[in-house]
Design a protein around this ligand. Sequence first.
Ligand code: F6R
Length: 634
Amino acid sequence: MNPIAYRKPGQFEETKYEKIHNVVFDSDADASVVVAREIADLIRRKQEEGKPAVLGLATGSSPIKVYDELVRMHREEGLSFKNVITFNLDEYYPMEPDNPNSYHYFMDQYLFNHIDIPRENIHIPDGTVPPEKITEYCMEYEKKIEEAGGIDFQLLGIGRSGHIGFNEPGSHINSRTRLITLAHITRVDAAPAFHGLENVPRKAITMGISTILKARRIVLLAWSKKKAPIIKRTVEGEISSDVPATYLQTHPNTTFVLDREAASKLTRIDTPWIVKDVEWTPHMTKKAVVWLSEKTGLPILKLTDKEYNQNYLSDLIATKGSAYDLNIDVFNRIQHTITGWPGGKPHADDTYRPERAEPARKRVIVFSPHPDDDVISMGGTLDRLIQQGHDVHVAYQVAGYSAVSDEEALKFLEVQMLTGHSSPLTDRLVQELQQKNRPQDSDELKKLKASIRRAEAIAALRYLGVPLNNIHFLDLPFYDAPEIHKRKISPLDVEIMFNIIDLIKPHQIFAAADFADPHGTHQLSFITLQKALERVKEKPYAKDLRVWLYRGAWDEFEIPEIDMTVPMSPDQVLRKRHAIFYHQSQKDIVLFRGDDMREFWMRAEERNKELARKFDKLGLAEYEAMEAFKRYYF
Ligand code: F6R
């Protein structure tokens, strides 16, 4: 069966809250292949009928793998696009087509340059139309779609604002192609590509909601946890102009294609006991009890049969016997995650501790994607590991130069000049920095910016007591791709990661598993580790190695996922803050902080305090702050 074959939403008990048909895949790569196949089938069917296939296309990160697969099918399977007519959803306004941030450029790069579509069949809203001609231009765009026979297949992404195309909140269901003003959150999401929010256009031309709804088939793609809240609202919420994507509920042939993370907040996945019988595994049990405690506001040990019965969990009670035993079991399991000894407590009984007591002195590698994630995300734990006498190494995976502002770089050059140490290089760099709108930093400037971050990382670790010899700057090459979306992991990246692990032969690895960072650097950094661990697996020291994942500045684990929690006292919180302060280039004028305008130390501190508050509310001991880790089995 075609896994995205249409099935009525809400048809089964399990999907009763869902108003849009959706399918969930293990990965965006698997899902994209299936979507590409549906498009290819349509193109071939139309070819047999001697008709054009009319596609509505989207840009952004979501459809990239679909386009990759279509290009592959063209190259390897002879899929021809000669009969294809395309209409893109949108384009920034104003925008030149040859600007690398334009959607014209994007489409050429990912699709059109690699297939045999006739150029005259391609339509993308023109970001150079003079303002007084826009209305007329937009009406023409609609007319061209109609003349082509209407859209057979419309591919969509979804913005965190709930936009489809660039139909931002407030858009009417009857809206047509027009000029719109971008929502703030949309501009924030686009800011990294434009090197700062101030460079993101404020307007765009977009197909309207009614234009989209006229398509005969619609497939919306959404990947990653970042999209989970908006997917839940769109699929399960009421139709509202506040979330324009909810208008898709009125379309009879729409499928949302999701990866596990994007689907993770749907009722049937997040709280499945509400809609179906579940198997009460230890994890599911813990998840349900924590959910019930949070929902009722009662500490775990005060939950009674009544709360379980009134909140869809009578089956859990029936399976486990009584609320009393169940509460104690889950309470203890969470309690056992808490430890002040993240490297294990020497000579203690470690039956219920997250880490082994032996060897008392462990070799540890903390992998930090950027030079600062270590202290931001696990500064308290790092501090403890060092103070408890472990041999702690910190390995920074990428150079991090792109997050250093020009002003910061200039400051260092000025110090050189003021102390009489300027050189021809200093002059060159000062000149370069004076050039506004340069497309790229030179390698020399990148090196200066990377060195600033190195010096900051060294200072922070000196403060915490890590010797210089234990600090490693890996400068993984994937980070150096000329454009962010062209970053790819190479064997060299994996080799570098493997070599450092093989050199140190650690008992513990700590690594970032925070995939919500704006440039995707954390995700690529983690994948290089995964690949390196595949090789490490064969080594004798692998059996003594435990890998712990931490989350970065953008996100935290849910309590049921956590395997180790390290509490911090108020003094330890201050030490952590102090360590983060050494990363001065990332203070005050952080270039890429997403839509959260707080500085990194504030976010980290509030997140750590929030976690402690959550533990307290569950009825566990009340700490000032906590850092959390999840075990990764390789
Ligand atoms: C792009 C478009 C937008 C994107 C949406 C998601 O042509 O119209 O609606 O689909 O902003 O963007 P990504 O895929 O980058 O998350």
